[in-house]
Each structure stands twice: as structure tokens, then as C-alpha cells.
Design a binder for this molecule. Structure first.
Ligand code: IMP
Ligand code: MG
Length: 179
């Protein structure tokens, strides 16, 4: 029998938080016209799917893919982010909401905010399901936050460990036995 990662955030807690975030976003963008949601692949795809289906404001879904250079734990490449796949649509003049799974060091989001901000959106905000405040080095403003969590490796609800556990329905803490 395979052991499952210990739950840190349950399915019920996630669902309640997603509904809550969607209600806030609905209120904030009520008069903004079409909102452009940009999901950061791959980790955000589950969260984005649930969040977008909860929104009642008009919105469009786009994706962007980035990766950190080399091993994220190696000091040598710390903070370098590479664009793997860009959005397919010009965002100049648009209200853009970046949807992330987790802000860890913050380098990915800092990079994306520079990249997208330079394209002249009408507004640019960030919604992230998770944040590890103890690990964050970059200066990032989180407009919509799901849960602040301790410095542990989490999986499930889109998040992976070596591509495993992405479709676990809850957020679990990866233990040594789960690796
Ligand atoms: P950052 O650039 O250090 O903020 O890293 C952001 C990215 O690292 C996230 O979008 C995730 O893809 C990945 N990441 C960071 N921490 C975790 C974790 O605990 N579990 C799974 N992925 C993580
Ligand atoms: Mg991510």
C-alpha cells in the first residue's frame, strides 16, 4: 500500500478559500471589463480551473510557462528564471491577474511582474493559493492570498514533487517516505 502525504490544507478548506477569493475578485473587477487570468504552468492549472469557474465577472484564460535555471536549491542559479512559453495575446490596456500555485522565494513572480508589467497592462495583480513567507527573498506584493504555510515541501492540487502528486485533491506535506 502506498502512503499518502499528510494533509496540510484539506479539500474543504481549499474549496471555501477559492470561493472566498473569487468573491473578492468579482467585487474588485466588477466594473473593469474583461479580466485576463494568466495561469503560471504547470502548478496553477488546478487552482486556476476552480477559481475561474467560480468567477462571475467576464474573464479570459491564458497561460504562461516559466522554469528556474538548474536546481532550485543550488546557490549558483538562485533567482534566475527562464520563459518557456509566452501568452498568445497582447495584454496592453488589459486588466491582468496572474494566478500562481505558490510563492516560495518570490523570484518567479518578481520576474513575471517585470515581464508583464513592461507590456502596459491597465492593471497587474497577483493571486496565489499558497505563500511561504519564511522563504521569500524577492519584493512581491500578493493581492489575493489563499494560505500562508510554513517552510515545508507541499504537493497536490496542482503542485508536484518530480511531477508526482499533482492530482491529489488536497494539499499535503511531503514527508521523507513520500519521496
Ligand atoms: P519561487 O520562484 O521560489 O517563488 O518558486 C515558485 C515555484 O516553485 C512555484 O510556482 C512552484 O512551481 C515551485 N515550488 C515552490 N515551493 C514548492 C512546494 O512546496 N511544492 C511544489 N512546488 C513548489
Ligand atoms: Mg508555479
Amino acid at each position: 500500500m502506498t502512503r499518502l502525504p499528510a494533509p496540510l490544507v484539506t479539500e474543504e478548506e481549499i474549496a471555501a478559500k477559492v470561493a472566498d477569493l473569487a468573491a473578492r475578485i468579482d467585487r474588485d473587477y466588477a466594473d473593469a471589463g474583461t479580466l485576463v487570468l494568466i495561469g503560471v504552468l504547470k502548478g496553477s492549472f488546478v487552482f486556476l480551473a476552480d477559481l475561474a469557474r467560480r468567477l462571475t465577472v467576464p474573464h479570459r484564460v491564458e497561460f504562461i510557462a516559466v522554469s528556474s535555471y538548474g536546481d532550485r536549491e543550488s546557490e549558483e542559479h538562485l533567482g534566475s528564471v527562464r520563459l518557456l512559453m509566452d501568452v498568445r495575446h497582447d495584454i496592453a490596456g488589459e486588466h491582468v491577474l496572474v494566478v500562481e500555485d505558490i510563492v516560495d522565494t518570490g523570484h518567479t513572480i518578481a520576474y513575471l511582474q517585470r515581464l508583464l508589467g513592461a507590456r502596459g497592462p491597465a492593471s497587474l495583480r497577483l493571486c496565489t493559493l499558497l505563500h511561504k513567507p519564511d522563504r521569500t527573498e524577492a519584493d512581491v506584493v500578493i493581492d489575493y492570498l489563499g494560505f500562508a504555510i510554513p517552510d515545508v515541501w507541499v504537493v497536490g492540487y496542482g503542485l508536484d514533487y518530480a511531477e508526482r502528486y499533482r492530482t491529489l485533491p488536497y494539499i499535503g506535506e511531503l514527508g521523507p517516505e513520500d519521496r
